[in-house]
Design a protein around this ligand. Structure first.
Ligand SMILES: Cc1ncc(COP(=O)(O)O)c(C=O)c1O
Length: 371
């Protein structure tokens, strides 16, 4: 199947899926149908239709990650979702809390931990130099005094993947709370919430799900729901939003207790359409295609290939380090209309379902021909 025809690629060889995925050609009409039509074509207020979009969004996530839609709550972004989760847990409001995270996590997550928790909490970092793909590294950090472990499923700056199953089972054995960040893995690394069960999961639609910014989500493990007492609430976190009694508030009995005031709808109308598209393809199919294309690059640039060679340790991103040729290669790629970027370890390249072998051939020859 030629997935290229389904996306707006603007004549580029687009390999920046760790940053922003490309929109579907049908995104605009899906948005028109779901969001604008009910607003434009009726003299009544469109909330009924708009809230259906949120149900569809949660259903699409349920299908993608194999969990009931009631366990998902829309969020603005991961940082805000993380703050809400941390503020909701009374066990984290005590004096000596130890949080385990990694220096390779997305910095915004560290900022949210630092500013949300009490000052004497300890943020214990797995150092950047450690091999985050190695369960022994995690084992040596997951000691009995840790209260909560923050796990990024995939790391876009290193092209690595965390050994999720082993981390989760170790944490379960030690009764350590877990928060999983799937910003860089959603849609490209298969995840089955019936098998992999963190306590909380935070994700967005920006990258491999090609759904644009603003359509983030929080998944709450039902065994944690009761103890969560969100502080950042609004009428949509209420069991009955239309009760309208300022003296009475009951939390919603689903993950929607984390929702808040009048919700935004627009980003979810766009994202739902594309999450449905990717869940029909299946993350395993996208993953296999992505790994096949990464292998083609690995074959050509063995010594420059600094992200993991072992597929079980890889994310969807590969990193090439050309050392002092880096700048001229980046310029050559730019001049050849090949979209990549670079971070401290090297050039980041993320092939998606709409990339093909021809795109990879172009990339390889542009690199080889760079002065
Ligand atoms: C691993 C990871 N987590 C989180 C984020 C984004 O967090 P937020 O949605 O708060 O901007 C990114 C963005 O690139 C990311 O790569």
């Amino acid at each position: 199947m030629n997935f290229k025809n389904d996306f707006i690629l603007s004549n580029t060889n687009y390999l920046l899926n760790h940053s922003v995925g490309r929109p579907l050609i049908t995104a605009q009409s899906a948005f028109q149908d779901a969001f604008l039509d009910p607003w434009q074509n009726s003299g009544r207020e469109p909330w009924g239709a708009w809230l259906t979009i949120i149900d569809d969004f949660r259903n699409a996530l349920g299908k993608m990650f194999n969990a009931p839609m009631t366990e998902f709550c829309p969020q603005v972004n991961l940082s805000s979702a993380l703050t809400k989760v941390l503020m909701s847990l009374e066990v984290l409001q005590k004096k000596s809390v130890v949080i385990l995270l990694s220096e390779s996590d997305f910095p915004s997550m560290g900022f949210a931990f630092k500013k949300t928790l009490l000052e004497h909490c300890e943020l214990r970092f797995i150092a950047k130099e450690c091999d985050i793909t190695d369960i022994d590294v995690w084992q040596s950090h997951l000691s009995e005094d840790v209260d909560l472990a923050f796990i990024s499923h995939a790391y876009s700056n290193t092209g690595e993947q965390a050994p999720l199953d082993d981390i989760l089972s170790r944490c379960q054995n030690l009764n350590i709370l877990t928060i999983l960040d799937i910003a860089q893995s959603a849609g490209i690394l298969p995840l089955d919430l019936q098998k992999q069960r963190p306590d909380f999961m935070l994700g967005s639609s920006v990258k491999w799900l090609c759904g644009g910014p603003g359509a983030a989500y929080l998944w709450v493990n039902p065994k944690r729901l009761e103890e969560c007492k969100p502080k950042d609430v609004g009428w949509f976190s209420h069991e009955n939003p239309f009760e309208f009694d300022i003296h009475h508030f009951d939390y919603h009995n689903s993950a929607l207790k984390f929702w808040g005031g009048t919700p935004s709808i627009t980003p979810f109308a766009i994202a739902t359409h594309s999450i449905e598209y990717f869940s029909d393809i299946g993350a395993l199919t996208s993953r296999k295609h992505n790994q096949k294309l990464i292998d083609l690059v690995a074959k050509e640039f063995d010594s420059e290939f600094v992200s993991p060679k072992d597929q079980s340790k890889r994310s969807g991103t590969l990193i090439l380090d050309f050392k002092d040729r880096q700048e001229s290669i980046l310029l050559a790629l730019h001049n050849n209309n090949i979209s990549v970027d670079s971070r401290s370890l090297g050039i980041r390249i993320s092939p998606h379902i709409y990339n093909d072998e021809n795109d990879i051939d172009q990339l390889i020859s542009a690199i080889k021909n760079a002065s």
